[in-house]
Design a protein. Structure first.
Length: 443
């Protein structure tokens, strides 16, 4: 089973070169599990025990399962669909002395630039195209090796191994073709989208690392691919919700899987964790369930959110970057992240709740703190708390090389995370004032 899980993750990553594709794939998985697609632009008629999903901008998604009985609270898992990459500018082609065509790009998020060099890249995203029914979104993926960001030969930069400060406009545009390639970019995009070039009204196109992910190491210990942060948590939470839907409908809570976009650039967009997206959806659920203001506030106060985003495993060459004892390892279980200054939302109550879910499900956990002299990064939980006051715990899976075009994680952790998340959706968790009960948890 664990091997099949990893293969399914690799298939999902391959099918998800951009946040748009990740949402499309998640919707496909959920539709196969009986989830009905809703749109924000229409009224919803939600039924007890019903399974639903709604997307925003095609790059964020909220899926949920209604309980068969009265709503006592919400049990939510949040993750993010975006990863560091390069956006291709609207006028994409730049000529180099008439002999090369390169693509004009702008960095998205904080990527490790060196990892993008000298490897086959491709282009994916969406276009808005004119059709008989008006302008329509078409997802596209060139799905062939079609550009490379070439390194400068060491003979022209003998100092390269001592570190290099990249100048984005000069060093990072990928080579697309020879001089004959002029005008081909839009033509190929139109072809891949199945539309006429003249009908493309606008586009959101990105580079992606096309090398398929792989399982490697003694006893297949590791999995490497692009976009593990955070598509590994997207994949595991969607799988868990689909598998636990039936068990969840027997509980007294709404199970919610939230996939936000734009985490890598601050989450402030309309489809990011700081937006009202999640709150908007929960308010519609509130109305459908007939909860008054008191019921609503009571429900939120006893709810629990898992903010799921990958964590830094101890680096084999640099163990000194990790805390001496609050450090995490690949294949040693789901990570609970802590931070005194609340960059992570975890506190004793929320950590105890999640640890209890894992204990009941037979899943190992481990604890992460940053080194006290390293700030670390922030993630989704504390951002969405600003919109929705729900107790939360930050979790993730241990991985190496976060924000590289080729990240590495523990192959056995994929199954552990799905089992933990499934148990979370199936359990009834009740958080009160310093009080906590966890019951059920068999999905
Ligand atoms: Co992340």
């Amino acid at each position: 089973m664990a091997d099949q899980r990893v293969q399914a993750l690799l298939d999902f990553l391959k099918a998800s070169p951009t946040a748009f594709h990740a949402v499309f794939e998640a919707e496909r998985t959920l539709a196969a599990a009986g989830f009905e697609h809703l749109t924000e632009g229409e009224r919803w008629a939600l039924q007890p025990g019903g399974r639903y999903c709604v997307s925003r901008n095609g790059s964020a998604l909220i899926a949920f399962v209604m309980p068969g009985k009265a709503i006592r609270g919400f049990q939510l898992i949040a993750s993010h669909t975006d990863s560091p990459t390069f956006k291709i500018k609207e006028n994409a082609e730049v000529s180099v002395r008439g002999h090369y065509v390169q693509l004009d790009t702008e960095g998205y998020g904080g990527g490790i630039y060196a990892s993008w060099f000298d490897r086959p890249l491709s282009v994916a995203g969406r276009v808005l195209a004119r059709t008989a029914e008006g302008l329509r979104t078409r997802l596209l993926c060139l799905d062939r090796d079609c550009c490379v960001i070439p390194n400068v030969a060491i003979h022209m930069n003998r100092e390269v191994n001592k570190g290099y400060a990249y100048q984005a406009q000069i060093d990072l545009p990928p080579l697309w073709g020879t001089g004959e390639a002029a005008g081909s970019f839009r033509r190929m995009i139109a072809e891949a989208a199945g539309v006429e070039e003249k009908d493309i009204a606008a586009s959101d196109l990105y580079l992606y690392n096309r090398t398929p992910g792989t399982v490697w190491g003694v006893e297949d210990a590791f999995v490497s691919a692009g976009r593990l942060d955070d598509l590994e948590c997207v994949f595991t939470s969607v799988a868990a919700l689909a598998e636990a839907a039936e068990a969840s409908a027997q509980t007294g809570h709404v199970s919610v899987c939230a996939l936000f976009d734009n985490e890598e650039v601050g989450s402030t967009s309309r489809q990011g964790a700081r937006s009202t997206l999640l709150r908007d959806v929960l308010l519609r659920i509130r109305e459908a369930a007939g909860l008054d203001e008191q019921d609503w506030q009571a429900a939120l106060s006893t709810s629990l959110m898992l903010s799921a985003d990958n964590a830094h495993a101890v680096h084999p060459n640099h163990p000194e970057y990790a805390d001496p004892v609050n450090c995490v390892w690949m294949n040693e279980g789901v990570v609970i992240k802590h931070n005194a200054n609340q960059k992570y939302t975890t506190d004793a109550l929320s950590a105890a709740a999640f640890r209890e879910v894992c204990r009941q499900a037979g899943v190992q956990t481990q604890d992460f703190f940053n080194r006290s002299d390293m700030p670390g990064g922030s993630t989704l939980g504390n951002l969405s708390s600003a919109q929705l006051s729900v107790p939360a715990v930050d979790i993730g899976l241990a991985q190496l090389a976060m924000h590289s075009a080729w990240e590495t994680a523990g192959a056995r952790d994929v199954d552990s995370m799905i089992r933990a998340m499934r148990a979370f959706y199936a359990a009834d968790i009740h958080i009160g004032d310093g009080l906590l009960t966890v019951t059920g948890g068999q999905a």
